[in-house]
Structures are given as C-alpha cells and as structure tokens.
Design a binder for this molecule. Structure first.
Ligand code: F6P
Length: 483
C-alpha cells in the first residue's frame, strides 16, 4: 500500500536549509483502488543517501513530478518536502527528449549516436532551467546549501547564483563529461561551461571527466585553472567566482543490497530462477536501461557468435537480458528496441530447443528484490557499456555476491572500472576480445573468482552511496576535501 503524503504543513517559501534539485522528484505516483493518488519513494541510491540529510536539515527536493501539463502544490512525503516543477508536453519534447536526451546525452557519451542541435530545444532548456532555479531560490533559507543534479540542469548554478548570491551551490554530473574536442561541437558550449562554473563545487564521476571539464573551461571561457580550483573572469577580464571541480564516484546502497541478498525468500527465488531456466551450468546476466550507450547489441553479437561456433551451447549456458524501457519518445531509443528485438528473435529462433532458450529477454523493470535474486542466480554478469558515467548494476552485483563467487565482465568505458579494478575488463568494441573474456568468466577458477570478488567487495563495502554524499557535501561545506 503506498504511503500517503503526510499532513505536515507544506514547505514554507524560504525555509529550507538544504535543497536538492533534479529533473525528476524522487517519488513515483501510485493509484490505489479507490483511485486516490499517493506517492511512493523511487528506488535508487541517491534518494536513500539523501533522505537522512533531508530529515535532519529541513530539506526540500525540487523536481518534475512525472506528469506533463499538471501544476502541483508543494507537499510533504516521508520526511521530505517536495516542490514539484511543472513541465508542459511541449517542454518535455523540447527540453527533455530534445536538448537533454537527443543533444547532450549522445554528445556526452562519445557521440555513439549523432547529437542533434536545434535552437528551439536550446531555448526550452534555458526556460526550464530558469524555472528550476526560481523554484530552488524561492524555497531556500538564507545561506542554504543547494545541490543540483545532472546534465538536464547545467544552467541552474549560474541562474540560481544570480537570484541568490548567498547560497552555497553544488553540482554533480552523473554522466560522463566529454573531451573538449567533442564538446566543441555544441553551439552553446560557452553558456554551459559558464552555467556550471557559478557553482562552488562541481563533481564528476571520473578523474578523466573532471580533466575534460577543466580543459573545456580553459579553452571555451578562458577560465584560470589550477586544479581543483577554477576561476572565472568577469566581463572586464577581472578574476571573479572560484569554483572547485573534482571526481566523486557515486555508489550504491550497499546495506540494502546485502540485506536482500541474505534474505531466505530472495535466495529461494534465485534457486527458482535457475530451475526455471532448466538448470544450465552457467547463467549469464545483463541488466540495463534499453539505451544505445549500454552495448547490448555488442553483447548479443558476441554471445551469438559463441553459440554459432559451438563454444557455448544452450544446454550449458543461458543469457538473461533485462532491458528496462527508457525514453521511448526518442527516435534512437525506438530504433534500438527494434534492433534488439530482431537480434534476440534471430538468436532464439536459431538456437532454442523445447527445453532451453538462448536469451531470456525481459523488456520490463523489476523491483529490487527480483534484481538481487537475479544477481544471486547469475554466474557471470555482463556490463559491456560503450560509455557509462558509472554503472551501478556492476556495483550491485558485487555487493550481492557475499559468497565471493561469480565473475564480473566490465567495460573499461564505464566509470565503475576505476573502482572495480579486479573485474574482467573489456573493450566491448573488440568482439573477439569480448568473446574471449566471456569464456574466461565462464571458466574462471573458483580461487581466482574468489580473489577478484573479495577485492571488489572490499572497495564497494567501504565506499557506499552514503559515504559519497557525505564526501561531496562536506567538501562543499568546508571548501576543501577531507581525506
Ligand atoms: O544517468 C543519468 C540518468 O538521468 C539517471 O539519473 C536516471 O536514472 C537515468 O538517466 C534515466 O533517466 P530518465 O528516465 O529520467 O531519462
């Protein structure tokens, strides 16, 4: 039963000491039987990490509530004040599907798909960023801390600083930041860099993302860079605001995954999954949003070739591919869905037997309990992203494997490769290399698997999402990083 929003008074303007700003609010709408709508907290590490900070600091979260053309008043839910930002259907098309996900997303992911540049999309991006900045400015108490999240809102630090110079402003980019040679394509590159530089602290996933940003700051707005400090000049060329840019690799709610992985019903479900697949010797697993950055087609190609040349058989191995629906209004995502549907259909048509299937393809989202059961069932986890800011699935798999068994095949182009150095690292473009690494994972000796998993678990257990948020917020507060 979804928890109803509590009767606590709605957040008062100007009363919040700590504000998170993100494209989406951390709640999903649920309709109960009497059709009275309620809200449920969205799954995910970010809200788990920030909920305690929200509760202790009179916090508020500013974001879109998920329905176009609907204006909602601020409300209170599970110790969080939520401030909905309205978006029209047109704005969703131009700002979200357009500039955010058809310009910035492909540009920031190494132009795997060609980015499109449209002035109408840019105008909508500016308008919507202004609206988010105004909502945050209206909610913030004097001297409050505001933490802006992700690529959809890169202009908010500057717009907010203009409205409220008293605030401490942080920004975290969840996706990669491209090299200046690629970023240079963006007609509004100066505006984006300047938009970010009015934050006090700008966080990235990887050291390489941070370096890319600093090079762009120097090149496109002439900022003075002495890492981690980066200084803007005002219109007369005088030194102005100083920001800091540094890597803060995000993580997962380790305790939640570990608790689930130890629960008898989840363990029983993992067994059941294995049985339902006909007890193959090896279960391989892929879990992704259906996104062209995730390298799903590369994975299927490699796996298909292993079946074709007889290195694997469907009696020995089964691949479960969970691909959750994503951004279905965007053309490149619709095309990818058709491509993946086609590849899976061909593989299954060619290799399935009455008892066994080559690929169990699931185009759904699942609750976290089912995901953890899948992690427990999987002998080999395949993360073959062509470019990924972090990839939290890789970290969740490791957190779930308390028995120190199982193998993680991990793309070197995912941010997680910086932390999970004992994974079997691959270049997913190299199909022969990917095939060889998949087979290495399938036949990984138990002792080597245990050694690798133990090393990765040590990293994950000591670096959870709680630590990530504390690290970012204390650096934002103190101006320097506490090691
Ligand atoms: O990784 C960037 C991100 O915006 C995540 O924060 C989010 O989970 C995912 O992409 C999907 O986002 P959306 O469905 O809002 O486009």
């Amino acid at each position: 039963m979804p928890k109803k929003s509590s009767a606590k008074p709605v957040p008062q303007p100007g009363s919040s000491d700590f504000i998170v700003v993100s494209n989406r609010l951390p709640v999903d709408r649920v309709s109960s039987e009497d059709s009275d709508a309620g809200w449920r907290r969205s799954p995910g590490g970010l809200v788990t990490a920030l909920a305690p900070v929200m509760a202790s600091r009179d916090g508020a979260w500013v974001g879109w509530h998920g329905a176009p053309d609907e204006v909602l008043e601020p409300f209170h839910h599970e110790n969080m004040d939520l401030i909905p930002v309205a978006l029209s259907a047109d704005e969703l098309e131009l700002y979200y599907e357009g500039f955010s996900n058809s310009t910035l997303w492909p540009l920031y992911h190494d132009v795997i798909a060609p980015p499109e540049f449209h002035r109408t999309w840019w105008d909508a991006y500016r308008t919507v960023n202004q609206r988010f900045a105004e909502a945050a400015a209206g909610a913030a108490a004097q001297g409050a801390t505001v933490w802006v999240q992700d690529y959809q809102l890169q202009l908010v630090p500057r717009l907010l600083r203009r409205l409220r110079p008293d605030l401490r402003i942080g920004f975290f980019n969840h996706i990669p930041f491209p090299p200046p040679e690629i970023f240079a394509q963006l007609p509004w590159r100066r505006e984006i860099i300047s938009g970010l530089l009015d934050a006090d602290l700008i966080g990235f996933q990887r050291a390489s993302d941070t370096a890319n940003f600093l090079r762009s700051a120097r090149r496109f707005v002439g900022a003075g860079v002495k890492a981690p400090r980066v200084q803007l000049k005002d219109d007369d060329g005088n030194p102005a605001h100083i920001a800091q840019a540094a890597p803060f690799p995000i993580s997962i709610d380790v305790a939640q995954i570990q608790e689930l992985a130890a629960r008898p019903d989840v363990i029983a479900r993992a067994k059941q999954i294995r049985e339902d697949l006909g007890n193959p010797k090896t279960i391989l697993l892929g879990v992704d949003r259906l996104d062209y950055t995730k390298g799903i087609t590369h994975r299927l190609k490699a796996y298909g070739e292993l079946l074709t040349d007889g290195t694997l058989t469907v009696e020995d191995a089964a691949l479960i591919q969970v691909a959750s629906p994503s951004r279905e209004g965007v053309e490149s995502y619709r095309l990818l869905r058709d491509e993946v549907d086609g590849m899976v259909g061909r593989l299954n048509g060619q290799f399935d037997t009455i008892q066994n299937t080559a690929v169990r393809y699931l185009h759904h989202s699942y609750p976290v309990e089912e995901m953890v059961a899948l992690y427990l069932a999987a002998d080999v986890m395949l993360v073959t992203a062509l470019r990924d800011g972090m990839n939290l699935v890789a970290k969740e798999y490791v957190a779930a494997r308390a028995s120190n068994t199982g193998a993680l095949v991990l793309s070197e182009f995912a941010g997680a490769a910086d932390q999970l150095k004992s994974a079997l690292l691959v270049n997913p473009h190299d199909i022969d290399g990917l095939k060889a690494t998949i087979m290495r994972a399938v036949h990984l000796p138990r002792t080597e698997a245990a050694r690798r998993m133990r090393a990765m678990r040590r990293q994950i257990v000591t670096h959870d999402v709680q630590r990530w948020s504390e690290d970012f917020l204390s650096t934002l507060q103190n101006g320097t990083r506490q090691e």
